[in-house]
Structure formats: structure tokens, C-alpha cells
Design a protein around this ligand. Structure first.
Ligand code: ACO
Length: 326
């Protein structure tokens, strides 16, 4: 069996910036509240001409270029998203076509903010067993289309963005060392969109009741997030026989700076080893970890041989972690 690793990364961000001061004009909030409670100062918002698949294609081209591969080299495309272009068909199908990939297996994965880590964990199985040589995993969200700009508890948090990674065989000791994925549906009512699905199909009534927007129990989620990210991080470190102080870089899902700080402290990772961009981009759900990865790779923060730990949690609730040697 071969080891699987990341050969290239790429990101695509909408140009439009929404600052906390912009939101102060829309809802009853303040820059001070948002900054002190979340660490967020601004976030991006896609224009109506931009779609989850169009930004994904932009990010994927950059990732393929870094990997030195062509779209036709891909054997599998996994698009992690909870904000697809349409309910049917998959956004991955559009990406495959727009990218000019061949008719390789392409599907969407719905695990909210944990989706990118779930995606690379799935990709690893295909690469290690020889079922696929090159897998494209994308974390893609345009959550601004699902955010209620009358709900101050959610509209300040989420932002839009996309990032992609191309995975393939790498020479040990590089590659994915340990990975875990978890789901607990008992907390499904902590973060959800009530209408627009089979349970509550779209109607004038559901639109009037604003039920097509994200509903969140932020306070309860906060506690689950800290506990689950700490626990799953410890588990992958233990599996790989690595201690927290040995890791070179910790990339947590960018949900809230206070969540990141709490997990970091509990794990005993020093602050300099933690990467955050939440102040600039907010919570971009499944795009948050791959955007961070891409920024770290392109800035030289992540170098060959480094040990990187990534941990996420999201709606479902889902949570997971991946430990990788770059
Ligand atoms: N501006 C001003 N006041 C606000 C705002 C706002 N934007 N939002 C909420 N408040 C108020 C509340 O109404 C409440 O007022 P009250 O005391 O008069 O009732 C007060 O602030 C405190 O509210 P809490 O919800 O307790 O505030 P908290 O400190 O927990 O912060 C937050 C809220 C930022 C949402 C936090 O709980 C959080 O980050 N939770 C995690 C959420 C998360 O990560 N979700 C994404 C999961 S990932 C995914 O899958 C997409």
C-alpha cells in the first residue's frame, strides 16, 4: 500500500468584503461585539455571477497547477459542500464538466464544516488501495445565500470561499498518518436549515417564515465543538504516536477564535503553531481548513517534513481530525 498526501492546493475567494461596520448597518450588532466574541473583522461575499462550482473550478485549476497535473489526470472528484449550486445534480458533476476532467467518479459530500477532512480521509482510502491515482477534494461554500441577514447571531459569522487539494501517492515518511471521522445526529437541531428539503418542501409559507435560512444554537454548539475537537485531536495524535508539542502546525476549523484558543490550550499546543485567518474570512465551513492550508503552503509556513494537525467540527454534528506529514 502506498502513502497518500497532498500534491497541490488552491483557493478562490470572492472579491467583495463585508466588514463588521457594514453589518452594523443591517442588524443590531457592533464591531466590538463581533470581534470580542468571535475574532471576526470581515468576511467575503460572492456576487450573484459566482457559484459554488465556478469558484471551485478556479481553486481546482490552481491546485492542479501546483501539483503539475492536468484535469484529465483526475480519477475521482469529491466536492464537500452544504451550499451546492442546485439540489440536483451534484456540484461535483458541474465541476468535472467545467474543469474538463474525464468522466471519472464525482460526487458531493455533506458533512458541513468537517467535510474537507472527511473528503481527504475518503480520498486516502482510494489512493492507498490503488483504486485512484489522483483525487481532487474541494471544500466549497457560498453560505451567504443561506444566511438570514435579519439574524444577528448567524449573519456575522459566516463567509464565502472555496479551496481545493489534489491528493496522490507520496514517498514515506510524508503522507497522512492518522485520520478519524465522527457523527452524532443527537445534536442535529443545533445547526440546520428547516425548509427546502423533503421534510418541509419550499412553499410561500416557508419562505415567509424565513425557514430557508440557517438556524443555529451557537452557545450549545460552542461547547460540543471544543470537546469534540480536543478529543479527536488527541485520538489521532495517539494513533500516530505523536505528542502535541511535536506538531509544527495546527489548523483548526475557523469557527470562532475563542473555540480555537480553547482547543489549543486544552491540547497544550503553543500559540505560534496555530494558524488562523478567521479575522479576514469568518467561518467558511468546509472551505476553512483548505483555505488555511493553501495560505500556509503558498507563504512557506508549511514546509516539507512538517507535521500538521487539522481538526474540524460542524453541523450534524460531525467532527474529525487528520494528522499529516507534509
Ligand atoms: N451582536 C450583538 N449581540 C449578539 C449578537 C450579535 N451579532 N449575536 C448574539 N448576540 C446576543 C444574544 O442575543 C445574547 O443576548 P442576551 O444575553 O440579551 O440574550 C448575547 O449576545 C449572548 O449570546 P450567546 O449566544 O450566549 O453568545 P456567545 O458568546 O455564545 O457567542 C456565538 C455566540 C458567536 C454564535 C458563539 O456561541 C459561537 O461561535 N458558537 C459556535 C457556533 C459555530 O461555530 N457554528 C458553526 C458550526 S460549523 C458549521 O457546520 C457551519
Amino acid at each position: 500500500m502506498v502513502a497518500a498526501g497532498i500534491l497541490g492546493t488552491g483557493a478562490a475567494l470572492p472579491e467583495k468584503v463585508i466588514t463588521n461596520h457594514d453589518l452594523e448597518k443591517i442588524v443590531d450588532t457592533s464591531d466590538e461585539w463581533i470581534t470580542s466574541r468571535t475574532g471576526i473583522r470581515e468576511r467575503r461575499q460572492a456576487g450573484l455571477h459566482q457559484t459554488t462550482s465556478s469558484l471551485s473550478v478556479e481553486a481546482s485549476r490552481k491546485a492542479l497547477e501546483m501539483a503539475g497535473l492536468a484535469p484529465t489526470d483526475l480519477d475521482l472528484i469529491i466536492c464537500s459542500t452544504i451550499s451546492p449550486d442546485m439540489p440536483l445534480p451534484s456540484t461535483a458533476a458541474y465541476i468535472q464538466q467545467k474543469l474538463g476532467a474525464r468522466d471519472c467518479c464525482s460526487f458531493d459530500l455533506a458533512a458541513a464544516c468537517s467535510g474537507f477532512l472527511f473528503g481527504i480521509t475518503v480520498a486516502e482510502q482510494f489512493i492507498r488501495t490503488g483504486k485512484a491515482k489522483h483525487v481532487l477534494v474541494i471544500g466549497a461554500e457560498i453560505l451567504s445565500r443561506y444566511v438570514d441577514y435579519k439574524d444577528r447571531a448567524t449573519c456575522v459569522i459566516f463567509g464565502d470561499g472555496v479551496a481545493a487539494a489534489v491528493l496522490g501517492a507520496v514517498e514515506p515518511p510524508s503522507g497522512m498518518l492518522a485520520a478519524e471521522m465522527h457523527t452524532n445526529g443527537a445534536f442535529s437541531d443545533h445547526l440546520y436549515i428547516p425548509a427546502g428539503g423533503v421534510l418541509k418542501p419550499a412553499s410561500c409559507e416557508t419562505v415567509r417564515a424565513r425557514e430557508h435560512y440557517i438556524k443555529m444554537r451557537g452557545n450549545e454548539l460552542f461547547k460540543v465543538a471544543v470537546r469534540s475537537m480536543e478529543d479527536v485531536s488527541r485520538r489521532v495524535l495517539e494513533q500516530a504516536g505523536v505528542s502535541a508539542h511535536q506538531i509544527d502546525l495546527f489548523i483548526p476549523h475557523q469557527a470562532n477564535q475563542r473555540i480555537t484558543d480553547a482547543v489549543r490550550e486544552r491540547l497544550g499546543v503553543c500559540a505560534e503553531k496555530v494558524y488562523t485567518n478567521i479575522s479576514r474570512l469568518g467561518n467558511t465551513s468546509s472551505a476553512s481548513i483548505p483555505i488555511c492550508l493553501d495560505e500556509c503552503v503558498r507563504s512557506g509556513r508549511l514546509r516539507k517534513g512538517n507535521l500538521v494537525l487539522m481538526a474540524a467540527f460542524g453541523a450534524g454534528v460531525t467532527w474529525g481530525a487528520v494528522l499529516m506529514r507534509w
